[in-house]
Design a protein around this ligand. Structure first.
Ligand SMILES: [Zn+2]
Length: 239
């Protein structure tokens, strides 16, 4: 059920060419980041961000003050929240680059290319949808299943990496569990010969096996996940 829901997620209402043109005209500000650097974006409703390269772990602050990972975002994913939704805090999970763009500039450019404003405001909707799917995953699936899924998602977002940068502390934060639970789950995945964990890295030894051990809540692999489709290298730097 979750998988077919995810398949239905439309990541952006723009074609890649439209999107590249729109971003270029709206003056996107490239914002490179390093692994585990924290970037705060959700608190400014006047800004939207798009992942240009790499992967970003999107965390939300819960009412009780705890911050948990709500979704992984990859190239082509928009980060932003409707004014009524919880504020997000975005943390880098892999090296990458965000593009930050003012909502006003984006709306003006959208109107210039004949896009109605609601299309632009709906950009972040797939992310919000993934947040709720991820929270459902948290309630339904074991830590080992979710750890396996996270390793696969990180690998995909990095372009099918065979070695994923991930510490057990990162994973514990991301999965919203104690570090000891992550350690137990990692031991199980290692005993199954699916992965090997070395310090801050996880090496995928048997991807097919890891897929079988993972829950089915993986983020979709959409065409836009390939940064080449975004033609970001042709975007001008900011003024
Ligand atoms: Zn799941």
């Amino acid at each position: 059920m979750l998988t077919s829901d995810l398949d239905d997620v439309r990541r952006t209402p723009f074609s890649p060419a439209d999107l590249a043109r729109l971003l270029a005209r709206a003056g996107v500000i490239p914002h490179p980041f390093k692994a585990r650097q924290q970037i705060h974006i959700g608190s400014d409703p006047g800004q939207l961000a798009i992942v240009l390269k790499g992967a970003v772990s999107v965390a939300v602050q819960l009412d009780d003050g705890f911050s948990i990972e709500a979704a992984l975002a990859g190239a082509g994913d928009w980060l932003g929240w409707p004014p009524t939704a919880a504020h997000g805090q975005f943390t880098a999970a892999l090296d990458g680059e965000l593009g930050i763009v003012s909502l006003d500039a984006l709306l003006a450019q959208a109107s210039a290319v004949g896009r109605p404003a609601p299309d632009v405001l709906a950009l972040a909707a797939p992310l919000v949808q993934r947040v709720s799917l991820n929270l459902a995953c948290q309630a339904r699936h074991s830590v080992a299943q979710r750890l396996a899924r996270r390793i696969l998602d990180l690998s995909r977002l990095g372009g099918d990496l065979s070695t994923v940068p991930m510490t057990q502390d990162d994973a514990a934060m991301a999965l919203g569990v104690q570090r000891t639970s992550v350690t137990h789950a990692a031991v199980r995945l290692q005993q199954a010969q699916a992965v090997r964990v070395v310090r801050a890295r996880t090496i995928i030894k048997d991807r097919a096996l890891l897929e079988r051990l993972a829950c089915t809540c993986s983020r979709p692999r959409a065409p836009a996940a390939d940064p080449r489709h975004l033609q970001v290298s042709r975007l001008p730097s900011v003024k």
